[in-house]
Design a protein around this ligand. Structure first.
Ligand code: FEO
Length: 399
């Protein structure tokens, strides 16, 4: 049975939700699922804009059939060839063999790599336009947002930007389609941030280039490939502002992400002492996370959001604790920079974690606050005083 929603007079959302998938890209937990968004335009010509993952093929196919209402499909626009959006392309082409695929040259190469034919394809370049009747679409390349073949499509008639992965989010839609149908800032800002920072975070420069193109367009709707559709001007402005900050690696808020790696609770104790001292000094925007029981994608999201980090780690095999190392490596891989970081190390005979953290963080362009603080096994009066001093340094750095 179909389940679609109308976006504009001639445009329908024909996507589907997936709550069975545990890990997005088989790496990032999605406890609230995800949506695969696809759209059908019914004009003089019919146009499918992107497809969907195999997991939701049955629902997706029924949705497309319903909206076409007996008509054939004339065009399929492929903005992004990643299989979560293109896996059902083969099925659509089998069902609608005359449909012309509109996409970039790089996407055609990928189509062949995925075993699809390159016949009946119309390649478009930056700024090309195609009219489907009342609606004229213009295509803009968006390489590395999030793969090299990506383009976005702009419907000049209804001022709709089909933004591919940009402006997407984790999370199942659950009947709601538009950001103005939810409390977006309360319920969706975090999954949108976790999606952006972990999926597209590495490509800040390329996102900036896409934003520069978007600024030249009059946009009333943003239709991404995951998550909610934006039509309220305030929500579009909110998301554009977030994307501008995230892609420049600028923090959204003054605050401290305190991450600790602790084997027996001693380093953990220092983390809570630091958090308490910060709150006493008036800095209550503090998040404390145990790296051992928090998936790194959540740590990355908070690290992008906040101005300061405090990393406290035990030494393990004469090195950094492996799970803390994974977090630091992930930040480096995603290009996060411009954060102020305090470091506390712990060790029972040869503490090493602090020196390794400082070296890795400086290589990323982070500013190290205060002295590296060293604990020998557990907190004592001296190290508690050092943690207090660190809290002073952190608080001072935010004034
Ligand atoms: Fe949702 Fe880059 O694909």
């Amino acid at each position: 049975m179909y389940c679609v929603r109308k976006v504009t007079e001639d445009l329908y959302w024909v996507g589907a939700n997936d709550r069975r998938l545990a890990l997005f890209e088989n790496i990032h937990p999605i406890p609230e699922g995800t949506s695969y968004n696809s759209y059908v335009l019914t004009d003089e010509k019919t146009v499918l804009i992107d497809t969907a993952d195999w997991d939701v093929t049955r629902q997706f196919r029924e949705n497309v059939e319903h909206v076409l209402n007996g008509r054939t499909l004339d065009y399929i626009i492929i903005n992004h060839m990643e299989p979560d959006h293109s896996a059902s392309l083969a099925l659509m082409r089998e069902k609608y063999p005359d449909a012309v695929v509109i996409t970039t040259a790089k996407a055609v190469t990928m189509m062949k790599q995925y075993g699809l034919t390159d016949e009946n394809v119309q390649v478009v370049k930056e700024g090309d336009s195609i009219s489907f009747g009342k609606h004229e679409f213009t295509f803009y390349t968006a390489p590395m947002v999030h793969w090299p073949e990506v383009m976005v499509s702009y419907d000049k008639t209804d001022k709709v930007l089909f933004s591919a992965d940009a402006f997407g989010s984790f999370g199942s839609l659950d009947g709601r389609l538009f950001s103005d149908e939810v409390d977006y800032q309360r319920d969706w800002a975090e999954p949108a941030r976790r999606y952006y920072t972990n999926i597209v975070g590495k490509y800040g420069m390329q996102v900036q280039k896409l934003l520069q193109k978007a600024y030249t367009l009059d946009i009333e709707y943003i239709c991404p490939l995951h998550g909610l559709v934006f039509r309220a001007a305030k929500d579009i402005a909110y998301m554009v502002e977030k994307y501008d900050k995230w892609s420049k690696y600028e923090p959204e808020e003054k605050g401290v992400l305190i991450c600790y790696a602790s084997m027996y609770g001693n380093t953990e104790e220092a983390a809570y002492l630091l958090a308490s001292r910060l709150c006493e000094k008036g800095m209550t925007n503090v998040e404390v996370r145990d790296v051992s029981n928090t998936h790194v994608s959540y740590l990355i999201s908070s690290a992008f959001k906040l101005s300061n980090l405090a990393l406290l780690s035990v030494t393990y095999n004469n090195n950094l604790f492996p799970i803390m190392a994974e977090f630091v490596d992930d930040m480096a891989r995603l290009g996060l920079k411009n954060r102020k970081v305090a470091v506390v190390e712990n060790g029972t005979w040869a503490p090493q974690a602090g020196s390794i953290l400082v070296k890795d963080l400086e290589a990323m362009g982070m500013e190290i606050l205060g002295e590296k603080t060293t604990m020998m096994s557990s907190l004592n009066a001296d190290t508690a005083e050092a943690v207090e001093k660190l809290a002073d340094e952190i608080a001072a750095s935010m004034r």
